[in-house]
Design a protein around this ligand. Sequence first.
Ligand code: NAP
Length: 292
Amino acid sequence: MTAPQPLIRRLCVIGVGLIGGSLARALREQGEVIEVVGSGRNEDNLRAAVRLGVVDRYDTDPARAVVDADVVVVAVPLGAIEPVLRTIVPRLASDAVVTDVGSAKGSVVTDVERVYGRIPSHFVPGHPIAGTEKSGVEASFATLFQRRRVILTPLAETTAAAHRLIKRMWELTGAEVVDMGVRHHDAVLAATSHLPHMLAYTLVDTLARLDDRAEIFRYAAGGFRDFTRIASSDPTMWGDICAANREQLLEMIALFSADLARLAEAIRADDRAAILAVFQRAKRARDNLYLD
Ligand code: NAP
């Protein structure tokens, strides 16, 4: 009996950081990829990727890195997706399937359309709902996607075969894969991820500019640490996310600002009933709805 073939013969990961590196590690651990080629700008990071066994080899030129790859994963910050696509498209194998991991999807679809002049059938937009506040290949680990969700936003033009391949790829990492429309994805993520990052960054920034900040941070307890962990995330990546999901994020910020202003008003008026109503609704929602 012949052994089953790995899912991917040659995987090219452009941006061998937390997400790209963790995906490569997971697929290697599963024996589902024969060769992994990495690409990026920083050779120290790429050399580390070889040393850690995340990639077999690398090329700092993405156009060379994608040659003969059957799957190409673009795992760079959102602002770098268009230039990377522009570089690699002429060199892709005719049967290559391309996907990305960007945290917003509308901007990626626009980038793809701009580069190709249309939506190609082999592009499957994707977004793993998993991560940490750390960056780079050293922060990557094979179990990052286990029991996490990966959202794919296949388009009308996407072939069933390309969609199936990328879905299977993510399932092999231990993730649950769900499909969503592009706009719906961006609205959901604005609420569940992008707004919370804005709150964490702003809270830490506000406190860090107070005169007695040293004293304040000395007495910050577990709750503060939990709430603000994500303010350690990469600023460039999050600047790109703000630009990529501007409209939906602004809607959520406006909604939240109005609610916060109402709470401030209730505190000013010493309106205990209004204050308790907010806290009770929130506690009920957090206790009942939020599943880790
Ligand atoms: P990361 O650890 O910083 O990795 C990104 C990699 O992209 C880096 O290794 C970097 O390598 C490369 N890169 C950066 N700019 C580039 C450019 N202009 N051209 C080519 N390569 C470039 O970041 P990450 O957390 O893996 O994020 C990657 C993508 O995943 C982003 O689009 C992000 O929105 C998405 N995402 C992140 C999370 C999260 O929690 N972190 C979760 C889901 C999705 P070089 O420095 O060597 O170029």
